[in-house]
Ligand binder design. Structure first.
Ligand SMILES: C[S@@+](CC[C@H](N)C(=O)[O-])C[C@H]1O[C@@H](n2cnc3c(N)ncnc32)[C@H](O)[C@@H]1O
Length: 330
């Protein structure tokens, strides 16, 4: 097992101030990673048994039957169902953090508009689309080289009413203020949980890495808030453990945006963050089959509904994924 650096030990002590034992098991999960749970999302009627998965009784009862957790060692990417876009694999932490959108589902208007501000390679868009069946999903990705895989995945999985864009979040906020019922910010982050998957991520605990990411997250979140319609939702998720990038980012947002309030996610109660005074949720690699992550769901004041949203500026919908103008060029 690799040695924990002082920065990792410091982080573990900040996360679990009351238990040296828990600090040690957290560090072990990062330094000597075992096999992690990969989930699959069926984008068509599930064909249970086609891919070897864990028995349903081992999964949380709220998980719908179109999400399964694959048995250790199964390579989903080699399956026919993956090739045809009938399943999409996701780390189980992404399912847990993404599932916070369920707490918004019943309050969304019909034909809801979803914006996925940091979308590539598409996992959260696919999850949101399957779970919410919105009227429209705009999947945005700033990095050109990640746009192709995003469009490929959305198209392969036949995600309905999906469009893509490659815009800075500030530009989307300028073009579409108050236009979305749900904005997903699956933020670029220091990615500390990648270690639990055995992926090298040098410097991910360094204060300068965390600070740089926190600044970028603050900018993205500021734009995200502008895009949310009255009564609409903002779901913030990361795959890191840093307090500053998680609870800290949300605290700052709430201070500067009194029209947003945190929303309780009842089915995630057991994951409630002990580091926040408001509802926020953490997944840890030593407690769950996933690698780790964070989620906070916020709601904007006001009455939801199609009548309260401005029309979407036409150029935002110039690149449908499936439809008359569909091709893989953008
Ligand atoms: C955690 S990944 C998103 C994963 C994706 N949501 C999924 O579930 O497949 C974060 C994404 O944010 C993008 N990103 C980087 N800088 C950004 C910025 N300044 N504004 C918006 N997105 C950014 C990255 O290129 C990356 O694709």
């Amino acid at each position: 097992m690799a040695e924990a650096t002082n920065l990792m030990k410091k982080a573990a002590a900040a996360l679990f101030p009351e238990s040296g034992e828990e600090q040690a098991s957290f560090l072990r999960a990062l330094l000597a990673p075992g096999p992690r749970g990969n989930a699959i999302v069926w984008t068509v009627k599930p064909r249970h048994g086609e891919i070897e998965t864990l028995p349903r009784k081992e999964l949380p009862p709220w998980l719908p039957d179109f999400i399964e957790v694959v048995a250790p060692g199964v390579k989903v990417g080699l399956s026919e169902a993956y090739r045809t876009g009938d399943v999409y694999p996701l780390d189980f932490s992404s399912v847990l953090t993404g599932s916070a959108l369920l707490a918004a589902r019943d309050s969304l208007p019909n034909e809801a508009r979803v914006l996925d501000l940091c979308a590539a390679p598409g996992g959260k868009s696919i999850l949101a689309s399957t779970w919410l069946q919105p009227g429209l999903i705009l999947a945005n990705e700033v990095e050109g080289r990640r746009l192709g895989p995003l469009r490929h995945n959305l198209s392969r999985c036949r995600i309905a009413a999906a469009h893509t864009q490659r815009l800075d979040p500030e530009e989307i906020a300028r073009l579409a203020p108050g236009a979305f019922d749900l904005c997903l910010v699956d933020a670029p982050c220091s990615g500390q949980s990648l270690l639990a998957k055995g992926i090298e991520n040098l410097g991910c605990f360094h204060p300068s890495t965390v600070k740089g990411n926190a600044r970028r997250q603050a900018r993205i979140l500021a734009s995200a808030t502008t895009t949310v319609a009255p009564g609409g939702f903002l779901l913030y998720t990361t795959c890191t453990f840093s307090l500053r990038e998680n609870e800290g980012a949300i605290e700052k947002l709430l201070d500067s945006h009194p029209d947003f309030a945190p929303v309780e996610v009842p089915h995630l109660a057991s994951l409630r963050s002990a580091l926040a005074t408001f509802p926020a949720y953490r997944v840890y690699p030593h407690r769950s089959p996933g690698a780790g992550g964070f989620a906070a769901l916020l709601r904007r004041d006001g009455e939801p509904g199609p009548g309260t949203r401005p029309p979407l500026s036409k150029p935002l919908l110039d690149y449908p994924v499936i439809g008359p103008a569909s091709d893989d060029e953008v």
